[in-house]
Design a protein around this ligand. Structure first.
Ligand code: NAI
Length: 576
């Protein structure tokens, strides 16, 4: 056990003024702390008040980074106890700003930076990480951070933020999580010239060298942490995201959150809208703005959901139109359709006019994953109100500044008929005296619970049906009162319960499909999961007191009675 100042300096052990006098004496830290004792609850309250003093969200983020670095349990209990309030700080949108200014944010080692110059030595770098029992790695190459583009090594804020949610939202133990940035350079000229930049000052390495580096990293993770290590791809750019996922998904325990996590949360939202529109997804017509990683992932899973409802694959695909930066995905368009979304090409006339497509294709559901702020303009939203009695409008681009439309515009321009969700949070809006608290279609509802289930049963791979199942579990959490205030996702305050339910479902599925490797199969999944969760409460570093069993009542003879008449005379004892 670490003693003295070292105990206080370890964020996992430190509990500030919550050390009792007994503990302070035993650890040799008397005098190193102010004399008063404060409970964890009192400390949490001080944190809340301190954070409220900051007006600027980046300053709140910096306060939380400091807390994370000094007192881990206080950090996680603060976020877990009020997810609604603190999620926007540790996650989108503030984490986006933090990444853009990561040169200032970065003070202390958290996570591993592995650079292309380390090629051939990746396993050695992994060995430098002090923890042995890593179960999950979230890694990025920083090329497409949120909707903010190539942020290179500044992207490290994202794996750190995602893994903070693994613990805060699903109770995965923090020491089992490792954030990694694979630094292959950046094509962001501003960053290359930024004196504060912390990454390699060179253009991105691409092609064969990049692929070999990625392959070496994946293999090294297995060698270091075993075949069941969960590897979450995060914020890779379009050119690599789908390609790498397809390359590795059947071989490693891996998923791409931007593609599959987003798909799962969006399809959960779509499933919920069925309760309002009184129509099945198989009757909707979908039009996506953007046909990148997120959009294609959602489109594929929506097709899977429609197939479950009885449509053939072909019929299901025919209900999904997509529109990217080059226009409608038409098989006739010049330059063709990118490989990753070819399956959504249609035998229609090419068009570069999105407004016109909304008019002619008559989508009943519009999904934005384009990073184009305000792309769902007045004409488009008004047209949607004509296309459907209850048009579904998802503006999923992150951060908030990139959303395709605000909830305010969506309600105002569809006469309050739309069903709206965004990717980042928006404050409540009023339409005709009614207040709407729109939902956040964000993958944070999915990936922490999914990860908990996967690492608990030590699954070998993560098949697609797990994301559909997670979507169903999430959709089941939405209450009538949520729907009443315009929300198609449960409140963020329920997210821990959601994560736990998703994890339970994943455990069940993993054994049913034979991909779990923890044997024998646990008898009680609930207990099995609970036993693995991180305890948010402080504990005493002193050895636990354990009582001995009470001895049976036996009457003992008196000493006099036993020794009566016994003479002990040293003179009579002869040496041998
Ligand atoms: P991506 O780079 O893979 O795809 C972007 C797509 O938008 C491409 O198809 C591109 O052609 C298209 N696009 C760009 N400008 C356009 C324009 N002016 N008109 C039409 N299409 C245009 O990016 P990805 O990963 O698909 O992410 C897109 C957005 O979705 C980002 O803002 C990201 O933050 C957000 N997202 C939201 C998630 C959530 O949980 N809500 C999760 C993942 C991504």
């Amino acid at each position: 056990m670490l003693r003295g100042i070292d105990h206080l300096r370890d964020p996992r052990l430190n509990k500030g003024l919550a050390f009792t006098l007994e503990e302070r004496q035993a650890l040799g830290i008397i005098g190193l702390l102010a004399p008063l004792y404060k409970t964890q609850e009192e400390q949490l309250n001080i944190c809340r008040v301190s954070l409220d003093r900051y007006k600027n969200d980046l300053n709140k983020y910096l306060y939380l980074v400091e807390l994370h670095d000094t007192n881990e349990k206080l950090f996680f209990s603060l976020i877990s106890n009020d997810v609604e309030k603190y999620l926007p700080i540790v996650y989108t949108p503030t984490v986006g700003v933090a990444c853009q200014k990561f040169g200032v944010v970065y003070k202390r080692a958290r996570g591993l930076f592995i650079t292309i110059n380390d090629k051939g030595h990746v396993l050695n770098i992994l060995k430098n990480w002090p923890e042995q029992d890593i179960r999950a790695i979230v890694f990025t190459d920083g090329e497409r951070i949120l909707g903010l583009g190539d942020l290179g090594a500044y992207g490290m804020g994202i794996p750190i933020g995602k893994l903070a949610l693994y613990t805060a939202l699903a109770g995965i133990k923090p020491h089992q999580c490792l954030p990694v940035t694979l630094d292959v350079g950046t094509d962001n000229q501003e960053l290359l010239e930024d004196p504060l930049y912390i990454g390699l000052r060179q253009k991105r390495v691409r092609g064969k060298d990049y692929d070999e580096f990625l392959a070496e990293f994946m293999e090294a993770c297995i060698k270091r942490y075993g075949a069941n290590i969960l590897l979450q791809f995060e914020d890779f750019a379009l050119g690599n995201a789908t390609r790498l996922l397809n390359m590795y998904r059947d071989v490693y325990c891996t998923f791409n959150d931007d593609i599959q996590g987003t798909a799962s949360v969006a399809v959960a939202g779509l499933m919920t809208t069925e309760r309002i529109t009184k129509k099945k997804l198989a009757e909707y017509t979908f039009l996506f703005l953007g046909a990148g990683s997120a959009a294609t992932g959602i489109a594929n899973l929506t097709v899977a959901a429609m197939i479950e409802q009885g449509l053939s694959e072909n019929d299901a695909r025919n209900r999904v139109y997509m529109f990217d930066i080059e226009g409608l995905l038409s098989n006739k368009r010049q330059g063709g359709i990118p490989e990753h979304c070819k399956q959504f090409g249609k035998e229609v006339e090419p068009s570069k006019d999105f407004e016109q497509c909304v008019k002619t294709l008559k989508p009943t559901c519009l999904i934005g994953c384009s990073t184009v702020k305000g792309a769902f303009n007045e004409k488009i939203l008004k047209q949607m109100a004509q296309n459907a009695e209850r048009p579904v409008i998802f503006a999923l681009s992150n951060p908030t500044s990139k959303a395709e439309c605000t909830p305010e515009d969506a309600y105002n321009l569809t006469n309050g008929t739309c069903i709206y969700a965004s990717g980042s949070p928006f404050p409540p809006v009023k339409y005709k005296d009614k207040e709407y608290h729109t939902g956040q279609g964000n993958n944070s509802y999915i990936f922490p619970g999914l990860a908990l289930g996967i690492i608990a049963v030590r699954a070998r791979i993560i098949p697609e049906y797990m994301f559909l199942s997670a979507a169903r579990t999430l959709a089941n959490f939405v209450s009538e009162s949520d729907l009443g205030i315009g929300r198609i996702y449960p409140p963020l305050s329920d997210i821990r319960k959601v994560s736990y339910s998703i994890a339970l479902e994943i455990c069940n599925l993993a054994y049913e499909k034979g991909i779990a490797t923890v044997h024998p199969k646990p008898k009680d999944f609930k207990k099995f999961l609970k036993d693995q969760l991180y305890d948010l409460n402080y504990y005493s570093p002193l050895p636990a007191f354990y009582p001995y069993p009470k001895p049976p009542e036996i009457k003992v003879k008196s000493v006099e009675e036993v020794y009566k008449g016994l003479v002990l005379d040293p003179k009579t004892v002869k040496p041998k």
